[in-house]
Design a protein around this ligand. Structure first.
Ligand code: IPM
Ligand code: MG
Length: 371
């Protein structure tokens, strides 16, 4: 089959990691006889530099015309340290999410057995963790009214949610729970926030449509604690935009590196796939950033296109790279591989999935041609 993929490399390490995801997709295309037609587009600090606009119209159009969007990362320190900047790279991503209606952000968190020692958390606590975070992505305080008083001394960010906004993502989260271990946890702050009370009321009212799913609730402060005390209690977590942003970064500690967490942002018509890590400016251009989150985002992209065995092939290759320690310095301090070498390995493994040979590692690193 032929698919149009919009590629937004973005800022910082975005281009480097996206390149590795494309290598994986190209290997998939080869093995499973698909054609991926990539169309690159600008967003973020690089787009501001080139056009003055963090999200040029041409990018929106490329995305709207695509079957799926692969995105790298966004952000640049020159904006982070300047609170007076009128135009910011992040505005590009937020506007794209809103414009394309990408309301449902899915962030899977897994404790890989191969990496269990990498997490600063105790092995007994994190072993077996497998959580799917459903974060609402186009509402809440991110998109509320923002104000700054004329004298610059009072700032305001409004947070609003409608029943409709809550229901559409809650349906997807309930369905995900049905396909998994049948537990859904709504994370909110209903003891304080009116919007959270609406979330609770709305989600509670929907529960009878999903009788096989157990629904429970946690306040976000408690959820933040429970996530690292006992992550195995969670199956699917449903939450609003800001809470989801925060707890998904926290949850990445369970996996041992934020460089492993992929995400999908799904709307009615379009879908975007991105690693949850940021642009990691200190690592830019050094070929040291972990590309696995971007590669796993490509696997989520394939799932979305209905290419399940292709997605599984990427996941298997990632597990193999973890098992063999063919990973970047965040996961492998002793003998770190570069970003591009990890990408080469993944692509190579996808192309030659028979790993019965003892020379396997060298062969797959392109260091040997003798089988
Ligand atoms: C994320 C990021 C973004 C967010 C930033 C870059 C605007 O942190 O995708 O989690 O806050 O949503
Ligand atoms: Mg975030």
């Amino acid at each position: 089959m032929k698919y149009n993929i919009a590629v937004i490399p973005g800022d910082g390490i975005g281009p480097e990691v996206t390149e590795q995801a494309k290598k994986a997709l190209n290997a998939i295309a080869d093995v499973y006889d698909h054609t991926f037609i990539y169309k690159e587009a600008l967003m973020g600090a690089c787009a501001i530099d080139a056009t003055g606009n963090p999200l040029p119209d041409a990018t929106i159009q490329t995305c709207q015309e695509s079957d799926a969007i692969l995105f790298g990362a966004i952000g640049h320190p020159k904006y982070d340290n300047d609170p007076t900047a009128k135009v910011r790279p992040e505005q590009g991503l937020l506007k794209l999410r809103k414009q394309l209606g990408l309301f449902c952000n899915v962030r899977p968190v897994k404790a890989y057995d191969q990496l269990i020692e990498n997490s600063p958390l105790k092995k007994e606590i994190i072993q077996g963790t497998d959580i799917s975070i459903y974060r609402e992505l186009t509402g809440g305080i991110y998109f509320g009214i923002k104000e700054l008083s004329d004298d610059g001394k009072i700032a305001f960010d409004g947070c609003s949610y409608s029943v409709e906004e809550i229901e559409r993502i809650a349906h997807l989260a309930f369905k995900e729970a049905q396909n998994r271990r049948k537990k859904l946890t709504l994370v909110d702050k209903a003891n304080v926030l009116e919007t959270s009370r609406l979330w609770r009321k709305t989600v509670t009212a929907m529960a009878n449509q999903y009788p096989d799913v157990t629904l429970d609730f946690l306040f976000v402060d408690n959820a933040a604690m429970q996530l690292i005390l006992n992550p195995n209690q969670f199956d699917v977590i449903l939450t609003e935009n800001l809470f989801g942003d925060i707890i998904s970064d926290e949850a990445s500690v369970i996996g041992g590196s934020i460089g492993l967490l992929a995400s999908a942002s799904i709307g009615e018509k379009n879908a975007l796939f991105e690693p949850i890590h940021g642009s990691f400016p200190q690592a830019t251009g050094k070929d040291i950033a972990n590309p696995l989150a971007s590669i796993l985002s490509a696997a989520m992209l394939l799932q979305h296109l209905g290419l399940h065995k292709e997605a599984a092939a990427i996941e298997k290759a990632v597990e193999k790279s973890l098992a063999l320690g063919i990973t970047t310095e965040d996961l492998n301090k002793k003998q770190a591989f570069t970003t591009s070498k990890v990408g080469d390995f993944i692509a190579d493994y996808i192309e030659n999935q028979d790993d019965s040979n003892i020379n396997f590692k060298n062969i797959h690193m392109g260091q040997s041609t003798i089988i």
